[in-house]
Design a protein around this ligand. Structure first.
Ligand SMILES: C[S@@+](CC[C@H](N)C(=O)[O-])C[C@H]1O[C@@H](n2cnc3c(N)ncnc32)[C@H](O)[C@@H]1O
Length: 410
């Protein structure tokens, strides 16, 4: 058998027919949609996942068995049924129309093979295993591990950069959410950018284990150790981000949780943009949701809470600088998640009580959620401030107020 000839198909707006609506089609369709293909699925039944795509008009479902005319406007067909007779009928219709046909039922009879794929930003690596999918997957996994570890991975060009245009190298900044504490809760993209970075500027709350995996030679700036007061320190961080990127470095600004949730990510983005430095923002798993979840508290629950509000308790309720309407929050029935609120908890709970939130409302404090040091205190709005002091709880912690606190208790 001759070697296959690899191609990158540009499917945007081009019709791809998938025959079959089961597990194989469910796995194949997302990549076709991601490539912008005009996907038509021909099958009497669909899995719930495929039906959701159909309901959202991301694909067109033809709810019956295949007929050759289904291929009339197609560029590619994928047989996703395990019946060789049905597969052969699709194959024959495809050959007649000179359309490439991928077959899940009989890869030796197929005119095209789908490779095992790993994607790293703009780079796609596709592996064909000579007709043996297990070999392809094994090689793909090895390549993925290599790229994931940052060994040999060429740094992707800055977003929007034209690789043909040469000039002084311009670096880039990525504002990456590190997640709430468990190092496994960073996103895949955040992790990739982190392992490719030349410079990492890390916050106090980012999981230390993530920093263990950085490339040798990376410059690690501990933002918590920058002297001066909070506002000068922020200016200094902005300056470091801009300077290093203008010097050609790939800079990751690694921030606890999500960069835009009480994280000053917006200020850093504006500072970079003002200096002409390209910035990417990689959202993170915020502690506002993850810390309660790790303590068994869902922030919403059917028939219990249909809203949740995340608020900073950094400033006391009577502080003239506070932008929080505690009186209005007291009137809500849903879940209140308070970040940075331990210090002012007695004043916050008293204010909520004074404006009508019942004192018996369940409340909880989750300290160092998702980490090995996680501590959870369950109480009520009336008692939580004193209970937290008595238990010696300390930041970082989130306070949750609302009936969701006991919603999953058996
Ligand atoms: C400056 S804010 C940053 C929030 C972060 N950007 C996020 O999305 O999670 C810091 C506050 O987040 C909360 N926090 C962060 N990590 C936490 C964790 N693992 N457990 C509980 N609270 C956490 C605490 O309220 C802490 O004082």
């Amino acid at each position: 058998m001759s070697n296959p000839y690899p191609l990158g198909l540009r499917l945007e707006g081009r019709r791809v027919v998938v025959v079959g609506g089961g597990a194989v089609a469910t796995r194949r369709v997302p990549a076709l949609l991601d490539a912008g293909a005009d996907v038509v699925v021909v099958a009497p039944e669909l899995t719930p996942a495929l039906r959701a795509h159909a309901d959202a008009a991301r694909l067109r479902w033809v709810p019956r068995r295949f007929v050759p005319a289904d291929l009339d406007d197609a560029w590619l067909v994928q047989v996703a049924v395990d019946d060789p007779q049905a597969g052969a009928a699709v194959s024959a219709a495809a050959t007649q129309r000179r359309i490439f046909c991928v077959r899940a039922d009989d890869r030796h009879a197929a005119s095209a093979w789908t490779p095992a794929v790993t994607r790293h930003g703009p780079v796609t690596v596709a592996v064909l295993g000579g007709g043996d999918p297990r070999r392809a997957i094994a090689v793909r996994d090895a390549v993925r591990a290599l790229l994931g570890a940052g060994e040999g991975a060429p740094p992707p060009p800055a977003e929007g950069a034209d690789p043909q245009v040469r000039g002084p190298a311009l670096g880039r900044v990525a504002l990456v959410g590190a997640g709430p504490g468990d190092p496994e809760l960073i996103t895949v993209r955040g992790w990739r950018l982190l392992t490719e970075a030349d410079v990492v500027v890390a916050d106090r709350l980012v999981p230390g284990l993530l920093l263990d995996e950085l490339r040798p030679g990376v410059e690690l700036v501990d933002a918590a150790k920058i002297p001066y007061g909070p506002s000068r320190a922020q200016e200094e961080i902005n300056r470091i981000l801009v300077d290093r990127a203008l010097g050609g470095a790939s800079v990751v600004r690694l921030k606890g949780g999500d960069p835009y949730v009480f994280g000053r990510g917006g200020e850093e983005l504006l500072a970079c943009a003002a200096a002409g430095v390209p910035v990417t923002v990689v959202p993170g798993v915020t502690s506002a949701i993850a810390a309660p979840a790790a303590a068994g508290i869902p922030v919403t629950q059917r028939a219990v809470a249909h809203e949740f509000t995340v608020v900073s308790g950094h400033l006391a309720p009577d502080s003239p600088a506070s932008l929080v309407r505690w009186d209005a929050l007291a009137g809500l029935r849903g879940t209140l998640v308070i970040l940075m609120g331990l210090k002012n908890l007695a004043a916050i709970t008293a204010t909520l009580r004074a404006h009508g939130r019942p004192g018996g409302t369940p409340a909880a404090v989750v300290q160092e959620g998702t980490t090995g040091g996680q501590r959870v205190l369950r109480s009520t709005l009336d008692a939580v401030a004193a209970d937290a002091v008595a238990a010696g709880l300390r930041p970082p912690a989130v306070v949750v107020v609302g009936d969701v606190v006991g919603a999953l208790d058996g």
